[in-house]
Design a protein around this ligand. Structure first.
Ligand SMILES: C[S@@+](CC[C@H](N)C(=O)[O-])C[C@H]1O[C@@H](n2cnc3c(N)ncnc32)[C@H](O)[C@@H]1O
Length: 390
């Protein structure tokens, strides 16, 4: 049995450390996500230290000792304990936010709480419209309304973390990905629109012109979808017969199992919009979803955004990744590694789909931001791709 030494006198068995670490996970997934994502920066090297530090913080003696993490711990572990102590304070502050049910609930993980990144994306779409001169690449008047008054707190909390140009490019990108999907939808002959990981997407209310000829399937994590539907009810937004809400966890099972029973017709051409989701999913979950899409009728398409590999990012993209990675982890939705273009194309074709458009940032800038005098363009952090069922 390996023993782990903490400080001068504490000796804890490694299996007990693990159990205590997992105890923290149960007590506060906010910690665990941060720990799991390698809160010290280097995911692999720091993970062990973080788990040990989390285990230590389960011990009241450590929590109450202001010197813990300073004087009597070895190097990296001291850093981890200090960071987790600071993190704990942030967590407490976050829970204290008033009128912030989405973010301050007891449940802090995707299992039971709605997706906070979906809320962030909607805030981005709404603020883009407020802060940018028209014409807007996407005019999402309902985004902030769907989020509710808490959007102001989120703006005040998170805006100062991102330099202005980084924030502008990020917001432009979140709007561009929806616009791109909806443009491809409008250009094709689709009878079904499947929004995977829909979040607070307001397509059904923004685009009555398209809704009439489509069956729209909003597929999302059960907790996220339940919250969205509650907001829709609270706001009195109309629900059309064309809208079908399908709760599913992409990591738990294939989307295929739920779409058919929800009324999706596998023999009719469909457009799948899957934006802002793959960056949070494992390669296995991405592959499983792409294989499901490949089983749709010939001519069906998917538009999705994936995280670009780090070496493809420009300075603003790198800065965005550096700042956003711990935020996403802290809300229980850790980002997954980025993909090289050639690798994602290989995965797409291995799943039985054909890439039909894979625009670079410059292409998107040309298509959607040409003629502007403010130099606006989307960030490099995510890349869009469209693929078709042959
Ligand atoms: C950043 S939001 C993107 C929302 C929207 N598609 C957009 O483009 O802004 C991520 C969405 O993915 C969903 N999601 C993440 N992981 C999921 C999973 N394992 N199963 C189902 N949905 C998931 C979340 O519920 C959330 O709605």
């Amino acid at each position: 049995m390996r023993m782990v030494t903490f400080g001068k006198s504490r000796v804890i068995r490694r299996d007990r450390v693990r159990r205590q670490g997992l105890g923290i996970v149960a007590l506060c997934p906010f910690y665990s996500c941060w720990v799991e994502s390698g809160g010290l920066g280097d995911p692999v090297a720091s993970r062990a230290w973080c788990v040990q530090a989390a285990a230590m913080l389960a011990c009241p003696a450590v929590l109450e000792d202001p010197d813990a993490g300073r004087s009597w711990l070895p190097g990296d572990l001291a850093v981890a304990v200090r960071a987790l102590q600071a993190h704990r304070v942030k967590c407490a502050e976050r829970r204290a936010w008033p009128a912030c049910r989405v973010l301050a609930g007891e449940e802090e993980c995707m299992e039971s709480a709605p997706s906070r990144t979906a809320v962030f994306a909607a805030v981005s779409r709404g603020l883009f419209r407020l802060e940018t001169a028209s014409p807007w690449v996407l005019d999402d008047v309902l985004a902030l309304v769907l989020v509710g008054p808490v959007w102001q707190q989120l703006r005040d909390q998170f805006d100062p973390l991102f330099p202005g140009p980084v924030r502008r490019e990020a917001r432009a990108a979140v709007c561009t990905r929806s616009r791109y999907a909806e443009d491809r939808l409008a250009a094709g002959a689709f009878t079904q629109y499947v929004i995977l990981g829909a979040g607070l997407d307001s397509f059904a209310w923004r685009r009555p012109d398209l809704l009439g000829s489509l069956a729209v399937f909003e597929v999302d994590h059960p907790a996220s979808q339940a919250w969205k539907l509650e907001r829709v009810r609270e706001l009195g937004l109309p629900l059309s017969d064309s809208q079908v809400f399908v709760p599913v966890d992409f990591e738990a099972g294939p989307v295929q199992d739920v779409l058919g029973p929800a009324g999706f017709d596998w023999a009719q051409p469909a457009m799948f919009c899957w934006t802002g989701v793959a960056p949070y999913l494992t390669a296995q979950a991405i592959e499983s979803t792409l294989r499901t899409i490949a089983a749709a009728a010939p001519g069906s398409e998917v538009v999705f955004s994936y995280r670009a590999e780090d070496c493809a990012l420009d300075d603003a993209g790198t800065e965005y990744a550096r700042i956003y990675t711990p935020i996403a982890a802290s809300v229980g939705e850790p980002l997954q590694p980025g993909w090289p273009v050639s690798e994602i194309e290989r995965l797409i074709s291995r799943c039985g789909l054909t890439v039909v458009d894979h625009p670079a940032r410059a292409d998107l800038q040309q298509r959607y931001f040409a003629g502007r005098t403010d130099g606006l363009r989307p960030y490099t952090f995510e890349t869009l791709v469209a693929a078709r069922v042959a």
